[in-house]
Design a protein around this ligand. Structure first.
Ligand SMILES: NC(=O)c1ccc[n+]([C@@H]2O[C@H](COP(=O)([O-])OP(=O)(O)OC[C@H]3O[C@@H](n4cnc5c(N)ncnc54)[C@H](O)[C@@H]3O)[C@@H](O)[C@H]2O)c1
Length: 278
């Protein structure tokens, strides 16, 4: 097989990380981590289709729509409802012309002891965190498969799941049995789909963040100072993660910079997956 071994001389790091001309779907992008990912994508030149079920996104969303010179649109939908979500993906393809990437940030986390969890609440967690991820990936991959690959990387699309450190270790100070197990499923799904979809030139990876500072987590730390203490002082790097810490890893996984990278999970935790400080 002939392979150009000199392309590293012409394809710069800047070119490899560009998302120019691509459309990326971000589920749960109305606030929190997903909204920061939407900014990262826009900064790399990509168009962004945001899916969320909240009626009003965070104020920052409007800045993204206005200031970045790329196409940005918000779709109200529910990742747990396959038919509704399919309609949303159809609309996105009509509006944007195609889908080249997906980031699944829609997720929920309930803190309640295992023996007290009602079945409906457990089912809701798995529906959002696992089935919502599965459905979005299926709809995105079906569209990517119909499209032409990138001439440089031969990749038709890249899918990035947002999993969690909770896939690996129990959440200290919280009772999150269903969250931990659902995120384990998300990591396993990325591994399995990366293998299955490689033949279609679609890459699938996940990112497992540690404790990340968002409006939600900061208000939690405010209400439960002992939780704030765990989140700030136990990571070896002695701080919570900032959403900025995830921007480039997300762009990397979506772009041609990661053209040979699939079926992986990136742990971005300040070291907490390897050990905790007291
Ligand atoms: N914040 C952290 O410390 C942290 C750490 C590791 C992993 N994560 C994961 O990152 C993702 C984002 O977390 P976040 O902290 O930004 O949470 P968040 O609650 O601020 O944002 C989640 C978004 O998902 C949307 N959403 C929820 N259910 C939905 C549904 N059924 N359909 C469509 N949209 C839906 C919400 O409306 C919200 O806008 C989640 O999957 C979470 O598990 C977060």
């Amino acid at each position: 097989m002939s392979q150009n071994t000199d392309s590293f001389l012409t394809r710069t790091v800047h070119d490899l990380l560009s998302l120019k001309g691509r459309t990326i779907v971000v589920t749960g992008g109305g606030r929190g981590l997903g909204l920061a990912f939407a900014f990262a994508i826009a900064e790399a030149g990509g168009n962004v289709a945001v899916i969320d079920y909240i009626d009003t996104p965070h104020d920052h969303y409007y800045k993204l729509e206005k200031d970045y010179g790329v196409k940005v649109k918000l779709y109200k939908s529910d990742v747990t409802n396959f038919e509704l979500l399919k309609g949303t993906f159809d609309e996105i393809v009509k509006d944007f012309g195609g889908i080249h990437g997906l980031v699944t940030a829609a997720g929920i986390c309930v803190d309640q002891p295992f023996l007290e969890r009602p079945p409906e609440s457990v089912a809701r967690s798995f529906n959002v965190n696992v089935l919502g991820t599965y459905y979005a990936a299926q709809l995105a991959a079906a569209q990517m498969d119909k499209q032409d690959p990138s001439p440089e990387s031969r990749c038709k699309g890249s899918i990035v799941f947002i999993a969690s450190i909770a896939a690996y270790v129990a959440s200290k100070g919280q009772a999150t049995s269903d969250y931990c197990s659902s995120k384990g499923a998300v990591v396993a799904l990325a591994k399995s789909l990366g293998v299955e979809l490689a033949a279609k030139n679609i890459r699938v990876n996940s990112v497992s963040p540690g404790y990340m500072a968002t409006d939600m987590t900061l208000s939690q730390c405010h209400r439960f100072p002992w939780l704030g203490d765990i989140m700030n002082n136990e990571p070896p790097m002695r701080r919570m993660g900032d959403r900025t810490d995830l921007k480039v890893p997300i762009v990397y996984l979506l772009s041609d910079a990661s053209a040979y990278h699939t079926s992986d999970d990136l742990l971005i935790t300040g070291g907490i997956h390897a050990g905790r400080l007291m």
